[in-house]
Design a binder for this molecule. Structure first.
Ligand code: MN
Length: 362
């Protein structure tokens, strides 16, 4: 496994420390797996980090030390068997008074940690989240690469879609194709293979339904490359789509283009969402799920929520977001199209290359 360059780790730490100072913390306790990977390049649920204004420490179990040494970059590594009590001695040594933690932490864990770290106080912090919202050039390289690899796998996978096979079978085949690719860490999420009448609820990942002629099939999939996730959805048709299917497909396509056109640094997520959902509503269809989310070390990455009126902060250059409108007709069929874009000063760059023209297979 390739390590992150030290310069990259330093830049990430710098961004996090700047936010940490801004929020008034004199230390950060990093426990969320994706935050840990972001800062040190290594990922394991038994790894925790402590970031102070001038030093950074990683602690893990005795058995995890060798892995941490091989994979992490720039952190002083502490064996919890050699130095029990977690970060407590270091918190005392640096006389840290207020420590920030990611608010994703469970309430029970928060209370428990708070007790153990007294008299230092624990408070929710967005320091790592703010840094992760905007991607570095290195992160963008990994995200692009993840998408390219996923596109190759998707292309191969399409050859297996035909009437008679079940969603279950296709789901497993797609995962197998991803696992067979040794350049990736696996699927970024469990893929969605949803056909015909099981595609309208978007609650179903797959069923034992057999694909039939004239079905539509939603495929939502992604891979993880060096920790970074890809996320793409295509809706394809088996045999001749009906007139209504064609119409719905072209409305979703147009809605997505309108949303992509509305994205630029400074744009509000709610306005981008309106560009797509407003168009869909004017065509007589219903707004359903969120229009898009951040993409990075997690499939649902920061900014969260991304393209929604709930997101009150303007989009920034180098945020990476998905754009995924859909139309779902009750007891009928569903269509969703999802691409990934990088926000630029005057617009955005779409990094998804798999064609979006209506595709008929089988
Ligand atoms: Mn998505």
């Amino acid at each position: 496994m390739q390590k992150l360059p030290l310069e990259e780790v330093k830049a990430r730490l710098k961004a996090v420390r700047k936010q940490m100072r801004h929020e008034g913390f004199d230390g950060l306790l990093v426990t969320e797996t994706a935050d840990v990977r972001y800062l040190c390049g290594h990922e394991h649920e038994a790894v925790q980090l402590l970031v102070t204004p001038r030093s950074q420490y990683l602690t893990t179990t005795h058995r995890g030390i060798q892995r941490a040494e091989e994979r992490s970059v720039g952190f002083q590594i502490i064996d919890s068997k050699v130095q029990p009590g977690g970060f407590r001695p270091l918190i005392e040594k640096h006389s840290l008074k207020t420590l920030g933690v990611n608010s994703k932490m469970s309430h029970a864990q928060f209370l428990d940690l708070g007790k153990r770290l007294r008299p230092a106080r624990l408070k929710p912090s967005t320091a790592v989240i703010r840094a992760r919202e905007v991607k570095s050039s290195a992160e963008i390289v990994f995200l692009r690469k993840a998408q390219r690899i996923a596109e190759g796998i998707f292309e191969t996978f399409l050859g297996e879609v035909k009437p008679g096979v079940t969603e279950f079978h296709l789901h497993n085949r797609l995962i197998q194709l991803i696992l067979d690719n040794e350049t990736v860490e696996g699927p970024s999420f469990e893929p969605v293979l949803s056909s015909g009448t099981s595609s309208w609820t978007f609650h179903s990942r797959y069923t034992d339904r057999k694909l039939r002629k004239n079905d539509c099939l939603i495929i939502d999939m992604g891979v993880r490359y060096r920790g970074y996730c890809s996320d793409m959805t295509r809706t394809i048709f088996l045999g001749k789509p009906t007139r209504q299917m064609r119409e719905v497909y072209s409305i979703v396509q147009e809605a997505q283009l309108r949303a992509i056109d509305a994205i630029h640094a400074g744009a509000m997520g709610g306005d981008v969402a309106d560009a797509a959902w407003g168009y869909i509503a004017r065509k007589g269809y219903e707004q359903t799920h969120g229009l898009g989310h951040g993409l990075g070390l997690e499939t649902h990455d920061y900014p969260l929520p991304g393209l929604s009126a709930v997101n009150k902060k303007p989009l920034q250059e180098k945020m990476v977001l998905t754009v995924e409108p859909g139309i779902y007709l009750e007891n009928g069929f569903g269509v969703r199209i999802e691409d990934t874009v990088i926000v630029t000063r005057n617009g955005c760059e779409n990094i998804t290359r798999t064609p979006k023209e209506l595709k008929v297979v089988g």
